[in-house]
Design a protein around this ligand. Structure first.
Ligand code: ADE
Ligand code: ZN
Length: 332
């Protein structure tokens, strides 16, 4: 790819709508945090070349849980959030929405408030130092089941904070149905929170139908397998439902064998509102900046199309209207 296009993409204002705080911990930071908390990490958490070690989707979720297990203090959350936002800002990102999981904090005895205060501090410090704006989406964990999800949704509603803008769900898509989580999503939506759920990543279009027909979602995490059903693609356009697309994650998790098979272009050509995202950057050896570069290099998008993606992403963000308007003006 031409050097000047690469530089222009580097400088382009970017928007990330789909990353998981627990999936943003760099191996070095995991070791630092584990050491200061007196926790010994499993020997097999890292590969010989210092990546997280896992080989399939469930293995990835286990490595992700293992890395989160060393987080014990607000400072730990602050440091991950700050480091992640710094890297985003260095790549031109002006706005990032990050999922945080109260279930992961609770698993090691941390309260919702402790987790939140660390994340808020990280966001404030990063905005002060790099100008980037951060917001949070409280996420339940699908494989922990609908009852636990309802508890998380209720925690969200009972603990409002101006940086918390939405409710979401990650985890193992093969367990339960989307509809099973309607009580949790309805509690969050009734309190005014925008909603998104992971669907059409591991499972096919039926999972996306299940989500859009049963949950009050305006966005879908991934949703890439919607391309297997033309009627669903048309429905996503009709309802204005946005897809949080994460090509690097999809290749790493073997949703597609390679970028040549990835449906990003089909999704864009269908006119579906689309953002480009990193998901869990160190786990998948990616960043939001690399995803934009890859969209040019591997999918043939030009600078104008990438700017349009930033614009669409900002519009699909869960930020308040003033923040949206201000950052849309920056994207131009
Ligand atoms: N949690 C973190 N990353 C995830 C992914 N790609 N799919 C489902 N749950 C996740
Ligand atoms: Zn995700």
């Amino acid at each position: 790819m031409q050097q000047d296009l690469q530089t222009q993409i580097q400088q382009l204002p970017k928007v990330e709508l789909h990353s998981h705080l627990e999936g943003c911990i760099q191996p070095d930071l995991v070791r630092t945090i584990a050491q200061r908390n007196g926790i010994s990490l499993k020997q097999d958490l890292f590969t010989a070349d210092d990546m997280f070690a896992w080989s399939d989707f469930v293995g990835f979720l286990n490595a992700y849980d293992e890395a989160s297990f060393c987080l014990r203090k607000p400072q730990d959350y602050r440091d991950i959030m700050y480091t992640y936002m710094q890297q985003c800002a260095e790549e031109g990102t002006i706005y990032a929405e990050t999922f945080i999981s109260p279930d992961h904090a609770a698993a090691v005895g941390m309260s919702y408030d402790e987790m939140l205060s660390g994340c808020v501090q990280g966001i404030d410090d990063a905005q002060r130092d790099f100008g980037i704006v951060g917001r949070l989406i409280i996420s339940c964990v699908r494989h922990l089941g609908p009852e636990q999800a309802l508890i998380v949704a209720q925690q969200l509603v009972d603990n409002p904070h101006p940086y918390i803008v939405g409710f979401g769900m990650g985890g193992n898509e093969s367990m339960f149905t989307q509809a099973d989580f309607a009580p949790a999503f309805n509690v969050a939506a009734a309190a005014g929170y925008a909603c998104t759920t992971h669907a059409g990543e591991v499972l096919g279009p039926e999972s996306v139908w299940d989500a859009i027909d049963n949950l009050p979602v305006t966005r879908i995490g991934h949703g890439v397998r919607s391309v297997e059903d033309p009627a669903l693609m048309a429905e996503l356009v009709k309802r204005g439902i946005a897809l949080e697309v994460c090509p690097g994650s999809n290749i790493a998790l073997s949703v597609y064998p390679d970028l040549a098979s990835h449906p990003l272009n089909k999704i864009l050509e269908a006119g579906i509102s689309t953002s480009l995202n990193s998901d869990d950057p160190p786990f998948f050896a990616t960043t939001v900046g690399s995803e934009y570069q890859s969209a040019a290099q591997d999918f043939g998008l030009d600078l104008q199309q990438l700017r349009h993606i930033s614009h669409i992403a900002m519009q699909a963000s869960f930020a308040d209207a003033d923040t949206k308007a201000r950052l849309l003006a920056v994207i131009g």
